[in-house]
Design a protein around this ligand. Structure first.
Ligand SMILES: [Fe+2]
Length: 283
């Protein structure tokens, strides 16, 4: 059965936290405020936090588990893993559970109802001329140890493997895992470097994606990849680049997967990452 966990937020590190936060707020239509050194960028369904640190690194990714029974099962499933200390992140509910992947990216999980309590903030004015709806949906990491990462996210954390990408020798080059019925919640790319790759905001329709592209054009924010259609996930997309060099994506039409969907197999080539043309290859 597909799990029922959804990506809620990314907390990004940055050597220029204020600049990065204001970029996300402006480009992705969120309000932005600072408290105790953390920039909170939020608008309905999407959320990015930024605080000081290294470019291209996460403080954490936060997932909400929808129901208490699944939360209890998750705690049992992960009881053999070493929990990460979350003391540095007072914005998280006390019940949050974090685990570091083999690259030391921190994945945090919380029961959805507790997160709703913890993120209650005073009403904020919506950004003027708000772009269309789009929700925090997935993110991607580059890794130099993709087999260990795949094992951690599937066997360790219980994500479901949707698709794999292999080269002609059979070596794993990328994989896509899901935490709900949408094709991927986390994408892992084999690469010569270990870093954050991108986050994606899912918008309801192709028409909305077009309006997001017009929004970027109005802001003079360059689209650096796309419009295209990914093979794995079949989502139409475009990407921009933030001031730290991270990619950020608007996506739509992502594949909805049944519980019994077999794992898809893709060849390691540009066409896999963009059925319509050029791709940003990570290796
Ligand atoms: Fe993506």
């Amino acid at each position: 059965m597909n799990p029922h966990r959804h990506l809620q937020r990314l907390h990004l590190q940055s050597p220029q936290a204020s600049t990065l936060a204001h970029f996300y707020a402006k480009t992705f239509g969120m309000t932005c405020h600072e408290a105790l050194g953390v920039w909170f960028c939020r608008h309905e369904g999407r959320e990015v936090l930024v605080s000081e640190g290294h470019a291209g690194k996460l403080h954490y990714a936060l997932f909400a588990i929808q129901n208490p029974a699944e939360w209890d099962a998750f705690k049992t499933q992960t009881s053999h893993l070493q929990p990460a200390s979350l003391k540095a992140y007072p914005e998280l509910p006390a019940s949050a559970l974090g685990f570091c992947d083999p690259d030391q990216n921190c994945m945090v999980f919380v029961l959805a109802s507790e997160l709703a309590q913890a993120t209650k903030t005073p009403e904020q004015q919506a950004p003027s001329a708000a772009p269309p709806a789009a929700e925090t949906q997935h993110f991607a990491l580059r890794t130099q140890q993709i087999e260990a990462m795949k094992q951690f996210y599937t066997e360790g954390l219980g994500f479901t493997l949707s698709d794999v990408v292999k080269d002609d020798s059979g070596q794993l080059k990328a994989c896509f895992v899901r935490g709900n019925d949408m094709h991927h919640t986390v994408a892992l790319f084999g690469a010569p470097v270990t870093c954050f790759d991108h986050q994606s905001f899912e918008t309801p329709s192709w028409e909305d994606l077009k309006n997001w592209a017009d929004h970027m054009g109005h802001l003079r924010t360059e689209i650096v990849w796309g419009v295209g259609r990914h093979g794995p996930g079949n989502d139409v997309f475009f990407m921009v680049r933030d001031p730290d060099g991270n990619l950020a994506e608007i996506s739509s039409e992502i594949e909805i997967c049944s519980d019994k969907r077999p794992v898809g197999q893709w060849r390691h080539e540009e066409r896999t990452l963009n059925l319509w043309g050029k791709a940003i290859m990570r290796s």
